[in-house]
Design a protein around this ligand. Structure first.
Ligand SMILES: Cc1ncc(COP(=O)(O)O)c(C=O)c1O
Length: 341
């Protein structure tokens, strides 16, 4: 096991540190889901002909545990992650977990790895549930065998340089996903195609890439692992959940915070390239990054620079409100925070 002392707690970043334990359940066609419970954190083995290795039959989730101002350990809307895991499972032909297993597994992992839970100043414990086909299947078919794993790792800021105004590219070179494919699921295959675009944009000095909708290049989809919002005056817009974007939990939380706490008019509808380039503020939402501001957007070699001072921005207000709810710095008006005992 990794020693706690080997971790640079004040500069956690977003890396997979080895922790104490992970939770495992396995599925076979005969026995259905069987819980193995907590096992030491470590490597997994599987058939070289497994469907995850050959055909990408796998899904995951991402959520966090926070050590809060009330000295409690809490999660944030984890039942929403459980619901999305169920929806992703269905799309990838992975057998549904029994009721309550997802939540129970997350709780056990957090409790057993509590030594690895950062303080509020340092960050949070990122939790990664996975399910994948690990039985051999040479033809392109769903596996007969699956593993459900939950591991956790301490994280700080998702963006290497901490919070910064992101220089972004709206790409017309790549799509993230086909519109009637698996974009709404948190399927492993949705991420592989973003690696090359990301490599290219970072080599050009950019921080994040926004993808266009693959059926209509006049509208935007999302980033690699975050949803996109555009603020213009009192109106906040984000692409509707039409199948190709992930229904982000931070996205949904942002919509509710914006409407109910900041009186913004919020629309889930097509967000055009025009909307994006003419916004007062553009920001990204996701569990890892929470809310991250765009400083500029580059499209077809033209650069739009956002002029709003971040410290006076609505982006910061929404970000701070979400973080204050997550760390129980303020009362949670929505009932989103759940104690993880
Ligand atoms: C493709 C994609 N979009 C959006 C998000 C944001 O979702 P959430 O706010 O639930 O983390 C994520 C991260 O989970 C993602 O992978």
């Amino acid at each position: 096991m990794m020693n706690k002392k080997d971790i640079d707690w004040d500069n956690l970043g977003f890396y997979a540190h080895e922790t104490k334990s992970m939770f495992k359940a396995i599925y076979t066609a005969e026995e259905k889901w069987q819980v193995e419970g907590l096992i030491p954190y470590g490597d997994v083995s599987m058939s070289p002909a497994s469907t995850i290795l050959n055909y990408g039959q796998g899904i995951f989730e991402g959520t966090k545990a926070y050590r809060t101002s009330k000295d409690r350990v809490v999660g944030f809307r984890i039942e929403e992650n459980a619901a999305r895991f169920a929806s992703s499972s269905e799309r990838l032909c992975i057998p549904q977990l029994p009721e309550g297993l997802f939540l129970n597994a997350v709780q056990e992992v957090v409790k057993d790895n509590s030594d690895f839970l950062p303080t509020q100043d340092q960050g949070s414990l990122y939790i990664r549930p996975l399910a994948y086909g690990d039985g051999p299947m040479l033809g392109v078919k769903a596996s007969n065998n699956y593993t459900f794993l939950v591991y956790a790792t301490p994280v700080g800021s998702y963006f290497k340089s901490g919070l910064k105004m992101l220089d972004t590219i709206l790409t017309d070179k790549y799509h993230r996903i086909a519109t009637k494919s698996i974009g709404f699921a948190k399927a492993v295959g949705n991420y592989a195609g973003t690696l090359l675009p990301y490599k290219e944009i970072t080599m050009d000095g950019f921080d994040e890439v926004i993808f266009l909708n693959s059926s209509d290049e006049n509208i935007i989809d999302e980033a690699r692992s975050a949803n996109v919002f555009v603020l213009k005056g009192n109106v906040l817009k984000t692409p509707a959940l039409q199948g190709s974007i992930l229904p982000g939990i931070t996205r949904d939380s942002t919509i509710k915070v914006a409407r109910e706490l900041f009186d913004l008019e919020v629309y889930e509808e097509d967000v055009t390239v025009e909307d994006l380039l003419n916004g007062d503020e553009v920001f990204f939402t996701g569990t890892a990054a929470v809310v991250a501001p765009a400083g500029s957007i580059n499209y077809k070699n033209n650069k739009v620079q956002f002029e709003t001072d971040y410290n006076a921005s609505m982006t910061k207000k929404i970000r701070d409100k979400l973080i204050d709810i997550q760390y129980e710095n303020i009362e949670d008006p929505f009932g989103w925070v759940v104690p993880l005992k």
